[in-house]
Design a protein around this ligand. Structure first.
Ligand code: NAI
Length: 335
């Protein structure tokens, strides 16, 4: 075992060179923590313009770190940022980028076919020791890995948003993942300064399996309408129609915005359940397209589970391009 400063060393693979495919919020964050812990990072996306934005994201995040760490020495802060950013090179050519890589972490769009196509291409060019990992939130690692001939060197490495702040990494193994690969991924996560937890390849792993149904239930609570016995609900569910007094009807129509406002649901979960963010704030932060993709992936695996039902409101917002903070509007408007 070779163990050295700033590289994750494992039984057969010393992870020094990391290629990250996808320079969005997650890929940029993973690149930042990998570079901050001394790894050489190549960040890949589909265009140079996107990659410029990724580097800006990394610099912005590092500026916040530097401001705290070097509050009385701004020049040392600048140097700190420069050194880390220098460890990140960018490329639009994934095939070339993986050729010197010990680990490939994929953080592209949440779409099985696109992820499979990518890994199938990279599998032919990456060195045989290279470990492949997906940061997918909801897709099966087994399904993604099936597009390659290195299923023993394939696992899930699921980071949390914002990557620089969140301490957890879920390390996911499929029945084909070798113990050496799992150990490599666990060690790599620790070298990044994270706390890894191991999990089998099940829908949503640990955190999203619990968190996303909670977000969807909050959305349903907000969009549902007033009460299950009311006139409005009878329209939605004709089989449950029952005559109701006029006063109740007027009350019901005056409250069609939902069982509770999204603001109150957020406050409720923050002050009542100790969540750092309410479910609507979190959905806007994560991205409504991601939340939609996750719940749809769960539904595909377990169609009868009502926890995984879709939401008309969520679908409408996504269709309108209101994806949350990244587009300036989701459930809330953002500056
Ligand atoms: P994002 O939309 O911010 O970034 C995705 C990036 O991938 C974009 O820059 C896009 O141009 C690029 N891309 C798409 N196809 C590509 C290809 N074939 N080759 C190279 N680049 C490509 O998405 P985000 O939020 O960073 O999510 C990425 C992955 O991470 C998804 O699988 C998501 O489920 C997962 N994830 C997301 C979390 C979140 O809170 N947003 C948390 C944990 C995991």
């Amino acid at each position: 075992i070779v163990r050295g400063f700033s590289s994750s060393a494992v039984r057969n693979v010393v992870i020094k060179n990391v290629t990250i495919i996808g320079g969005g919020q997650m890929g940029a964050g993973i690149a930042q923590v990998a570079a901050s812990t001394g790894h050489s990072v190549t960040l890949v996306d589909t265009s140079d313009d996107i990659l410029k934005k990724s580097i800006k994201l990394i610099e912005g995040s590092l500026k916040r770190v530097a401001k705290k760490k070097f509050s009385d020495k701004p020049e040392a802060g600048e140097e700190f940022i420069k050194k880390i950013v220098q460890k990140v090179s960018t490329s639009t050519d994934a095939e070339s980028a993986v050729q010197g890589s010990d680990l490939v972490v994929e953080a592209i769009v949440e779409n099985l076919k696109i992820k499979q196509d990518l890994f199938s291409r990279l599998d032919k060019l990456a060195p045989s020791h290279t470990i492949f990992a997906s940061n997918t939130s909801s897709l099966s690692i087994c399904d993604i890995a099936s597009s390659t001939n290195r299923q023993d060197r394939f696992g899930g490495l699921h980071f949390f948003n914002p990557v620089a702040m969140m301490k957890l990494v879920e390390v996911i193994g499929t029945p084909a993942t070798s113990q050496d690969t799992l150990d490599s991924l666990l060690d790599f996560s620790k070298v990044l300064g994270k706390t890894p937890v191991s999990c089998k390849d099940t829908s949503g792993f640990i955190v999203n399996r619990l968190l996303v149904p909670c977000m969807m239930e909050a959305i349903r609570l907000y969009e549902r309408g007033v009460c299950t016995c009311c006139f409005y609900s009878s329209f939605k569910h004709p089989s449950s129609f029952s005559p109701i007094p006029l006063t109740l009807l007027i009350f019901c129509f005056s409250n069609l915005s939902g069982d509770a406002s999204k603001e109150d649901i957020d406050i409720g979960m923050k002050l009542g359940a100790g969540y750092p963010m309410g479910p609507f704030e979190l959905a806007d932060y994560v991205g409504l397209d991601i939340v939609k993709a996750v719940i749809e992936a769960f539904k595909t695996k377990d169609p009868k589970n009502p926890l995984f039902d879709s939401s008309d409101l969520l679908n409408k917002l996504v269709a309108e391009g209101k994806l949350g903070i990244k587009t300036g509007e989701g459930f809330y408007k953002h500056k």
